[in-house]
Design a protein. Structure first.
Length: 143
């Protein structure tokens, strides 16, 4: 069985850079607190094959600039003059619309598909136990 207490630091290392859970983490990807976390099959598919379903508000784009650069990320701000992207490393880039050749929606999630590869089977069980835990249990298990 997985141990939520041991899964918490794995969440911090592998997930919190982009996802928020119980108020902890970043808001680049969906907030996991309200996700369908109790459904183990859903959680495994979402982590092993993150591109299988991408909510429209988290659909990333590729911007091709006039000088040939290709930038990828989520659009976090748009003005008549600029487009701002944030990539999977939480780096923001603002590009002037006058420098954009094209903007193409991506069918690939920003979440890396091999994210779980470095984890041992026990670490994977621990991470899933933490992700699937209730907020009070998560708080108790991280003390």
């Amino acid at each position: 069985p997985g141990r939520a207490r041991t899964g918490h630091p794995l969440y911090t290392e592998h997930c919190a850079k982009c996802h928020k859970l119980f108020g902890e983490g970043e808001e680049i990807g969906p907030d996991l607190t309200t996700a369908n976390r109790k459904d183990q099959a859903y959680m495994l598919v979402s982590t092993v094959d993150p591109s299988s379903f991408i909510r429209v508000e988290y659909l990333s784009v590729q911007i091709v600039t006039e000088d040939g650069r290709i930038l990828s990320g989520l659009v976090t701000d748009e003005t008549p003059g600029n487009v701002t992207l944030v990539n999977s490393k939480a780096e923001e880039t603002t590009v002037a619309r006058s420098n954009i050749d094209e903007i193409v929606p991506s069918e690939i999630s920003q979440m890396p598909e091999d994210l779980l590869t470095p984890l041992t089977p026990q670490q994977l069980r621990d991470l899933m136990a933490f992700l699937r835990s209730d907020p009070p249990a998560a708080s108790e298990n991280t003390k």
